[in-house]
Write a protein that binds this ligand. Structure first.
Ligand code: SAH
Ligand code: SF4
Ligand code: F3S
Length: 446
């Protein structure tokens, strides 16, 4: 009887991609996936440490799994991913119900770790690697639509932003062999996928030597786009310090590279950016946005912002608001600063902005972004976009849902198209989150 694996994933898209690798590795070792925890032999939680509330969420889920294990003592519980890497053996000390702890670079070792656990021992592997990219593992896709998928192109991060736990839990930056990336993309296309998102914490620093020539991220993007004109290519995340004109030109020259850049600014104040060790200032960031507007006039822009970082004043906060207003982000993720143990900021700076001020500032930037998001959608009214259909809309089987190149969700009455089709849609209405429209013709590419 094959053993059953239940896996829950928290955190960023990289964790989602990693869980697909884990399911593949364990699948080759006799585990079948179940989406019902009740009949699982092995429960894995792929965890995130980016903010304290991300860890709290996981603790909450673990309580539930432990309760389940008390009634079903044969079930094994494993914590994998970033929290496993951060807390290591401590997870076993504080919690006797956890059997396995595996960090992000040790997934090839999971079959052995799980066997050890079945034999009654606690099993831990939190070694970080300088080479591991899981390049040869064929991930078991977890997307629901069979249209868009993530492809991991690099791991780790060398940037050392002072607030960030990622370099500690994911280790040093390393880039994956480009040929394995292209092969994976081709394989996805042949299975009907029509969109890939190249993933890394800082994709712009992708770099591999291939025989005599160096492959930069811009080159990799070009190679990916060249696999088929019917394939859309996205990427995330770009660090503002090294988003180059070369990359913007490649985006401009290739219609199938989506016109959307996620370019997290974190703060609009140069003083705070310096304390954050972001390695760019407000002027540099604005210059990069001007370059994006010049090379890619139709490009949408999204960002991440942190409020209440150490020493942030009202003036710093107003600079964030003014930069947002100037950049006119189409979308943004916004967070309150959460001190992470052992990071540069935790060691060197005081987390001195009171909680209620962090909250107030966060609410102000959320309110502003809501207005900007609506403005961005309103600007699309009357325009026509090519939409890649992902499936039925959540609310009704009479409507289809898909995305524009700019990554905006469009819902429109079904014209008989199916997931994976390109449809030309004229935008007639919008909400703050969604564009609404009508199909003009089923497939403009034929
Ligand atoms: N590599 C990406 C983002 C990684 S984490 C980048 O550099 O842009 C995603 C987002 O979480 C970050 O952009 C930042 O806005 C937020 N974040 C990271 N650490 C945080 C912390 N300690 N407190 C609050 N937000 C944080
Ligand atoms: Fe964290 Fe900075 Fe690396 Fe992004 S670039 S993962 S914020 S250290
Ligand atoms: Fe979280 Fe790890 Fe991603 S800390 S944001 S899951 S890299």
């Amino acid at each position: 009887m094959p053993r059953k694996l239940y896996i829950e994933t928290y955190g960023c898209q990289m964790n989602v991609a990693d869980s697909e690798v884990v399911v593949s590795i364990l699948g080759d070792n006799g585990y079948t996936l179940t989406d019902n925890m009740e009949n699982a032999d092995l429960i894995l939680v792929n965890t995130c440490s980016i903010r304290d509330n991300a860890e709290q969420r996981v603790w909450g889920r673990l309580d539930l799994f432990k309760h389940h294990k008390r009634e079903n003592p044969g079930t094994m519980i494993g914590i994998i991913g970033c929290m496993a890497e951060r807390l290591k053996e401590q997870l076993l000390e504080t919690d006797r119900m956890v059997d396995i702890v595996a960090g992000p670079d040790s997934y090839r070792d999971l079959p052995r770790l799980v066997d050890e656990a079945w034999e009654g021992q606690k099993a831990v592997n939190v070694l970080l690697s300088r080479e591991e990219t899981y390049a040869d593992i064929d991930p078991v896709r977890s997307d629901r639509n069979g249209v868009s998928s993530f492809v991991s192109i690099m791991r780790g991060c060398n940037n050392m932003c002072s607030y960030c736990v990622v370099p500690y839990v994911r280790g040093a930056e390393r880039s994956r062999d480009p040929q394995t990336i292209i092969n994976e993309v081709k394989e996805l296309f042949s299975r009907g996928y029509r969109e890939v998102t190249l993933l890394g914490q800082n994709v712009n620093s992708y770099s591999r030597e291939d025989k005599d020539n160096k492959i930069s991220f811009a080159r990799l993007l070009e190679m990916t786009a060249a696999t088929d004109p019917e394939l859309r290519v996205r990427f995330s995340t770009s660090h503002p310090k090294d988003i180059s004109d070369e990359l913007l030109k490649v985006m401009a020259e290739n219609d199938n590279i989506c016109k959307h850049i996620h370019l997290p600014v974190q703060s609009g104040s140069s003083r705070i950016l310096d304390l954050m060790n972001r390695k760019y200032d407000r002027e540099w960031y604005m210059d990069r946005i001007r370059a994006i507007r010049k090379f890619l006039p139709s490009c949408s822009l999204s960002s991440d912002m942190i409020t209440g970082f150490c020493t942030e004043t009202e003036d710093d906060h107003r600079q964030t608001l003014s930069l947002m207003n100037w950049a006119k982000y189409d979308f943004a993720y916004m967070f309150k600063y959460s001190e992470r143990p052992d990071t540069l900021a935790a060691r060197k700076l005081e987390d001195d902005v009171p909680e209620e001020i962090k909250t107030r500032r966060l609410n102000e930037i959320i309110e502003l972004q809501n207005r900007l998001s609506l403005e961005s959608k309103r600007k699309d009214l009357g325009k026509t976009f090519e939409v890649l259909v992902e499936g039925f809309s959540k609310k009704s089987k009479n409507d289809l849902s898909g995305r524009t190149s700019q990554n905006k969700v469009v819902v429109f009455p079904s014209n008989g198209s199916k997931a994976g089709d390109y449809v030309k849609v004229k935008i007639t209405d919008c909400t703050a989150a969604t564009l609404l429209g009508e199909a003009i013709c089923p497939d403009i590419r034929h």
